[in-house]
Design a protein around this ligand. Sequence first.
Ligand code: FAD
Ligand code: SIN
Length: 533
Amino acid sequence: MSQEFDILVVGSGIAGLSFALKVALGGANVAILTKKNQAESNTNYAQGGIAAVTSASDDLEMHVSDTLQAGDGLCDENVVREIIHDGPACIQELIDLGVDFTRLGDGRQSLGREGGHSKRRILHVKDMTGKAIEEALLAAIADHPRITVYEHFFAIDFLTVKKLWKRGLLPGEEADRIIGLYALNVHTDEVETFSAHAVMLASGGVGQVYQYTTNPSIATGDGIAMAYRCGLEIHNLEFVQFHPTALYSQTGERFLITEALRGEGAILRNLSGEAFMEKYDDRNDLAPRDIVARAIDQEMKKSGARHVWLDATDIAASELRDRFPNIYSVCLRNGIDITKDPIPVVPAAHYLCGGVASDISARTALPGFYVCGEVACTGLHGANRLASNSLLEAVVMAHRGALSVLEYLRKRCPSHISLPLWVENDLQDSDERVILLHNQDELKRTLWDYVGIVRSTNRLKRARTRIRNLQSEIQEYYWNFKVDATLLELRNMILVASLIVECALQRKESRGLHYTLDYSKQLSAATDSCVRK
Ligand code: FAD
Ligand code: SIN
């Protein structure tokens, strides 16, 4: 027996929660499945804030122009305009839900500045914006009569009409559409079946495929892998954004040091103390991220240093403690007093600009299947996301997606189809399972070494060969062993890694975040890369 809902939402970050709230208010019965506890998401760690035009001295067209410039010729201008125009209203909704964006002494919003923005326009809650948004959204959905949250439910794969035809479980004349999914109940180790008329995939990013990342452990690209296995188009995966400034530590952890710190005057220095960004871009330390990350990479390679410094010591100590309390205390725990000491920083994998192709209403090519947030590729970010445009895109697209899913349900309201139960493999071998962790390490190192900030065709091909070996091993495990979260995540990470490499090999130019030594020039026509099963 499967559990039946109108809509299934995969993910409980800003995108999934905002969407669920809206469709529930519209009368739909919704289940949110989330693979860990409900707050665990990239959203929860967002620091700098959310970009939107909210002050009289700013202008929507300037935000549009900054976004297009950062995106390096690959943004969809119409999408950029629509999302940026919807921003202020969505910000007001967050405020109405209780997100208490930081204000100045005179009551006006405190607006931060980050790389690539020509104006101060980042609304923030000190340096813990994501946590404040996540808490407000979780409070809004708590005890909602039409929302059920399934924590520790790991979505494995979607069910579609076509999959059932192929197994001879449905006659061929029904049109293809989404009909449900399988999810592993992590507490009972049982795979359960969920049936629905529509699905919103809001499963976030992929940072964990890299050895060094700012992303928490949930960011394993499950949604991209599931959508790919459903036959959907995946675009622009080569555009992995490396955040220039993560705290360097010998353990390999990469705590983010927000770009807003540079917005308030912190500067990057090499180990000789030279403020090097002026050599690379007129905007110095506030150039877009692709440029700053490459400059740091070059400085580190030139000198053999393990990090560069981020120097915030010219900012008043009281301001640093008040505006960046989380960074101040995390650094202090690591023996760095940011009011007196420079911070050792390095780039780390941070954000996926590409994703599952969707239109401006969050629709994909498969009826009933919608995507929003970091997992989606709408055309907003192009080849390089402008800082703090991600939370903005997620909240706007959740709103637009809610309108279009409610419309879909009103028009079609198809009946539930009886879904086949999961077929279990129950081979267990704990010794073999250790190998999964080794394979995960190998994958992460391969991506870091060969598919990083500076690429070449040779390195990409080397990565492809290694990933193919890992892929054949994981397939064997998947078909022979009882599934658990580690196995499922690794299977998805390997698939997503292979798709990143394929997209990177398709792009015969350097553009935005994709910089390759073999094609230093840009092609005159900018096109999306695309992979599809
Ligand atoms: P997420 O918030 O990542 O949520 C994804 C959800 O899906 C999680 O609940 C996860 O558990 C769930 N999930 C994933 N796979 C499965 C599965 N198989 N089954 C069930 N559930 C699953 N952006 C900005 O605009 N401004 C910022 O200041 C900013 N700061 C950042 C700081 C850090 C440290 C990081 C990591 C990112 C930051 N970003 C920022 C990026 C931004 O936070 C994310 O892009 C955004 O929060 C993504 O939201 P989302 O809802 O799409 O995904
Ligand atoms: C940051 O605070 O520097 C991260 C902002 C973002 O990823 O948009």
